[in-house]
Design a protein around this ligand. Sequence first.
Ligand SMILES: *Cc1c(COP(=O)(O)O)cnc(C)c1O
Length: 423
Amino acid sequence: MKSQALFDRAKAVIPGGVNSPVRAFGSVGMTPRFIAGAKGDRIRDVEGNEYIDYIGSWGPMILGHAHPAVLEAVAQAARDGLSFGATTEREVEMAELICNIVPSVEMVRMVNSGTEAVMSAIRAARGFTGRDKLVKFAGCYHGHTDAMLVKAGSGVMTQGLPGSSGVPQGCTKDTLTATYNDLGSVEALFEANPNEIAAVIVEPVGANMGVVLPEPGFLEGLRAICDANGALLIFDEVITGFRLQLDGAQGFYGVRPDLTTFGKIIGGGMPVGAYGGRRDIMSMVAPTGPVYQAGTLSGNPVAMAAGLAQLKLLRDTPDLYAKLNRAGDEFFTTLDGILNDAGVPHCLNHVGSLGSVFFTPEKVSNYAGAQTSDTWKYTAYFKHMLDSGVYLAPSQFEAMFLSTAHSAEDLRKTLDAVREFVK
Ligand SMILES: *Cc1c(COP(=O)(O)O)cnc(C)c1O
């Protein structure tokens, strides 16, 4: 088996054989498929097996893989040179496009990943407020910057303990952890740390503990708590940005953050991130202000070309989000029905093209709820689906991503595979 041989070679020279841990298939105890290529909603491994893909590179491929317009834009940009370390017109176009699409973003800075976007946004928030402490939520992932690697699920009132070896306690002592969908847990942190909290950072839809939706009033409540305490509200829209609708979760739920982080879709499959928001906060960033942040490859011309091409398609295709969200509603509702009819204890959370099945009888509205899932059941489900030609995330605690390239026929085939699984 080619994938096995490649994995053995990889493990000798790359930690765990992978460049990002979830790719190792560790939580399902299998050998990862090495991917040779992908087109539309299909992904192909080195053995030549084809799968209907529900990972979509963890979100970026909202138009499906290898979209011709994006590929053409990349090829054209590449011919002009791969990087200059100098300002280009495409960066201006990209910034204008984002500011036009997302009303809360008055100024924006391009970076190379979601991690970098978050790291920079929290630095700007701390610089602007002159405060050090941050509130994050258990189960929300904000990339692997030191300050955000705080043991998820730690007690609400406890000071942050590093969730990774190599992160000094000093880097996380100012990170406070609250419970998703629990405004009381946030209020308690503000009461215990008066005038010390710079910002609350949240995934407006939790999508890194499986999909967990904000309950009505939760995001509005965070806005109100931040306003009452002089803290900033940061939406980490690395997954939800340009996915729920063009202006992301903030448009979908009608709550305006002070700062927003982007990644994934914004690069069309190239390594891109961005952070932006209020003009007065973003003006604190160097060279206008004292908050230092830089990047040799930031705003890379080829990456900008890919992102611009994808964002323009998303903006200019009539009814794109209405159709995608309708397809998602129908797909996830049917999936829910199949599991209901079969009497499989589960909780299906979804919004538009984003969803996940938790194998638990409980309603999942936070990290502790997600943790009640039967991960053995998920592993069996994952294996069955992979054998049936459906490529799901190799972990219970990740989302399923639908794209505009998912055909009605492939969605039907996927549901048929689920019917086989529960038979
Ligand atoms: C993926 C993700 C990140 C990190 O982005 P990278 O590009 O992997 O560094 C940050 N926040 C959220 C919500 C994410 O889903």
